[in-house]
Every structure is written in C-alpha cells, then in structure tokens.
Design a binder for this molecule. Sequence first.
Ligand code: C2E
Ligand code: CA
Ligand code: CA
Ligand code: CA
Length: 277
Amino acid sequence: AKRTGGSSLAFFEAHMAIDAADHLQLQSDLRQALEDNQLELYYQPKIHGRRHRMSGLEALVRWNHPRLGVVGPDTFIPLAERFGLIVRLGHWVINEACRQVAAWGNEGRHMRVAVNLSVHQLREVSLVDSVEEALRRHGLLGSQLICEITESVAIQEREITTRIFEGLARIGVHLSIDDFGTGYSSLSQLRDLPARQLKIDRSFVRDIEGQEDARAVVEAVIKLAHALQLTVVAEGVETQGQRDVLLSLGCDELQGYFYARPMRASAVLGWSLDAST
Ligand code: C2E
Ligand code: CA
Ligand code: CA
Ligand code: CA
C-alpha cells in the first residue's frame, strides 16, 4: 500500500494491511513525532452536575502529522503499542499534562486533569515513580491528577491494577475506571475495583433517552457506584435530553459534546459553561 492522503492512515488501521515498508515508515514517523514535539494534548471539560461548573478536564492526545494533518489517538495509540513506543508516549502525556496544569496554576486557576493510561504503562514497574516525579517536577498535588484505565484492563490485570492503585493512592492520585459497562465485570468484581471513579461508557449514554433498558443499566450502575463510594462520570453526553436523564439519576459529573469538544490548551481558560446548558 502506498500512502497518498489523510485517510490512508485510518485505512491501514481499519484493514491492518500495513506492509513492511509502511510499518517502518510509520514507526520512524512516530519516533520522530515524539522527538519533534508533534504530539499535542487537547482538553475536554468534565462538568459537575449539581454545581453546574467545570470539575476538571480530560487530556486527549493528538498527533499533528507533518503530512497527514491531525491524527486521532484511535489511529496511532494502537500503532504506538505495537511499536513499543507507548510507554515513552504515555510518559510524555503525563509530563505534558502536569506541565500544563502547573501553567494554569500560575495563571491562578487550580485545575484537575485526567490522563488515559495504556495497559503497557501499568506493566511498567516504574509507573508510580514517574507519576510522582512528574508531579514533583511541576509542583503539583497528587489530587490534581487522575489516571483513567479501561474497565477491561482493570478486570484482566487485577493484580497489577491493585498494586498501581495502591501506589497512586499513596501519592494522592485517583484511579478512574473508563468505558464502564463494556468490560463485563461482575458485581463482586465491581466491589473489588480499586478505584474512586467510574466513567459510564458512551454507548449507554447514547441510548439513555430512547431505550428503557439502557436507562435501567445506568441507574443501577450509579446506585451501585454510590453504594461503593465511587463517583460517576457519564461520557459522550451530546444532548440536553441525555443530560436531564443523567442528572435525574444522580450522575455526579458529565462530559461530552453537549458541553464542549476537546480543545487546545490555549482555549481552556477562555472557555466557560454556557448558561443554556
Ligand atoms: P476515551 O478515553 O474513552 O475518550 C473519549 C473519546 O470520546 C475521545 O475521543 C473524545 O474526544 C470522544 N468524545 C468526547 N465527548 C464525546 C461526545 O459527546 N460524543 C462523541 N461521539 N465522542 C465524544 P478521542 O480523543 O479520539 O480519543 C479516543 C481514545 O483514545 C480515548 O477514548 C482513549 O482510549 C484513547 N486516548 C486518548 N488519549 C490517550 C492518551 O494520552 N493515552 C492513551 N493510552 N490513550 C489515549
Ligand atoms: Ca478516557
Ligand atoms: Ca471513555
Ligand atoms: Ca473509549
């Protein structure tokens, strides 16, 4: 396959038809991206439902590719994992998020940011140390950082996750279980999840207005989470109707295009919650 335009990278991803030459090219592109600062974190606000104000932000990585333009993480995170670059990339993300939070702090805004962790990062013995080091370097409190891992990783890697959680808890960083509802954990596993927060997957939020069963699932998850002292975030909130249902069910925080799309760091301080939301 020959790369010609912006859609070709997505095409490779979809078909996994990367030949050896492309593989090498992309691998060196990604290495270059890490060296040349082509990666950028975008930030999407999380809204505190009851207080109706921003409770924090999620950092979402983008690749400003010199020829392909802005490439999304669903395309290149799997490549980074395959090429053994994800630990370096993840390290960059943690450090960059901390740097940005410190910069906002210098502007008088105390922020809390969530970063997404890949399973490969959890397997690194030095993860907690490097998180601690990034916090220290930028003069942040542990409570200004949240680490998100997906439910399926949390369940499959129970021992590692528990160890990491304990390490993170020691330095004040909370663990959040992402894409909740897609990992098929049982009730007992939910009880044992070493986390402070659950993020309900977008697929449930999407159906919450029209489908009674989606609504029932979300209601049950919120009740259970609260019984276990976990806070609940709904992701992918796109409509006022979804927001209304989620708030009526007692969801703690909301995130989605209804409030804001992920934005550049430079746009964050100027962003404010629309009165109509
Ligand atoms: P995620 O952690 O589940 O992040 C939510 C994704 O949904 C983001 O896509 C976000 O832009 C998108 N989104 C937010 N609100 C809405 C909405 O209302 N409607 C719809 N349709 N989508 C919404 P994005 O930024 O493309 O990220 C995709 C995935 O890539 C993330 O899913 C996460 O798993 C992964 N990812 C992103 N940044 C990083 C990172 O720094 N490290 C790692 N390991 N993975 C990352
Ligand atoms: Ca996430
Ligand atoms: Ca998610
Ligand atoms: Ca996801």
